[in-house]
Design a protein around this ligand. Sequence first.
Ligand code: MTE
Ligand code: MO
Length: 439
Amino acid sequence: MDNKKKCEKKGINELYQADPAQADLAVFGRTSDPVSRRGFLTGLSTMGVLLGAEVVFGRFMPAGLIPAAYAGTTEDFTIVGKHPGLVVLNDRPVNAEVPVHLLNDLITPADRLFVRNNGIPPKNVDAPNWTLTIDGESVKTSKTYTIAELKSKFKHRTYQLTLECGGNGRSEFNPPAKGNQWSTGAVGCAQWTGVRLRDVLEDCGIKDDAVYIGYHGGDSHLSGDPSKESISRGVPMSKALEDEALIAWAVNGEDIPAMNGYPLRLVFGGWPASTSGKWLQGISIRNKVHDGKKMGGKAYRTPCKPVAPGTKVPNEDMCIIEQMPVKSLVTFPKSGVLHQLKDQFIAKGHAWAGDKTVDKMHVSIDFGQTWQEVKISKPVNRNAWQHWETSLKFPQAGYYEVWAKATDSDGISQPMVLPGWNPKGYLNNACHRIAVKVV
Ligand SMILES: Nc1nc2c(c(=O)[nH]1)N[C@H]1C(S)=C(S)[C@@H](COP(=O)(O)O)O[C@H]1N2
Ligand SMILES: [Mo]
């Protein structure tokens, strides 16, 4: 227990980021030579003592891997209108993620949508007088609509759409990337109601030279400087004109929560959620790639070609992130669960794949040596997450991890551990895993 206490003080992620081999040795007394696995098995018995159970498939456990039982550390903190279980990463601006076991619902409840603010949300929102203006170089006629006008003029649409922050999973990158240290909870899939962005843009007229749309929100810059925007991103016309691209005023049939963009927001499922502008006041139809705040430099961009961890990448070699990669979660049971050997073990979760679908879902209980295919549902509509569920049996009592891996409609699977390092720590779609103690 002493070893565990020591590492908790420093933070187990920090310890492992500094030097995984040393961390393995300090915490569990196992060396991390992945080739020879020298001393690995004796170290594993120490790990077993600390975990309180034998690591049954320990011989397959990658060296330098933090056991899932220790990987998530959470603190309780409450935001008005939000589930008390949300974990606050920053309070100015507010950023809060959702512990994965609270994401088990097929449709994410509004109070469990994560919060990612770049600035200060508008106060005292006057929804009846809120307006949306469509302008830009490539609009034929600039127009301004109230929400009532949007509601009366255009057909209402409802879609369930997966929103995931581009930086979800950032906390695992090594060397660490600056920014909110999201673990797995900057994702949700709620049912959004509004009008098609396409219908509104076409009502104004789109010139032939249109390339991109950019949004403008009613939140203010952290500095308070009214000439500065906190964020102003967008998407290419092809994404903007899709059926599922919405200007939404409701989520799960209710007003959008204040922190998630009340009274109006853009919603683009499957793309970095930073494209889904909150507190929406303006959309510019651009004749070039939108150049608003957080479109340039390294923001929401990854190296166009893979780089070694820690590489300094010039801005011109960074490419804008478009659809998010295939990913999945184990949302039931909660990591660390105690399970009776004689019982069937039910596991559940969701999987999503940007603009694609998830075609196959697999789980492993032996650190990825073998995988069993499990059933995955069809999405209710494009850009909605899909659900998987399975029943497992464990061979004997001990410590296990359940790993989940999704494969998209192009045959691309999630990596088992951290994918390509990038300077800002985006797109970590490594397999999610939970700890299970079988007794
Ligand atoms: N106006 C505005 N829109 C915004 C943001 C913001 O700070 N201001 N944050 C963006 C980012 S980075 C993300 S991940 C999503 C988060 O949406 P949520 O807070 O509703 O989960 O909103 C995006 N839209
Ligand atoms: Mo984000």
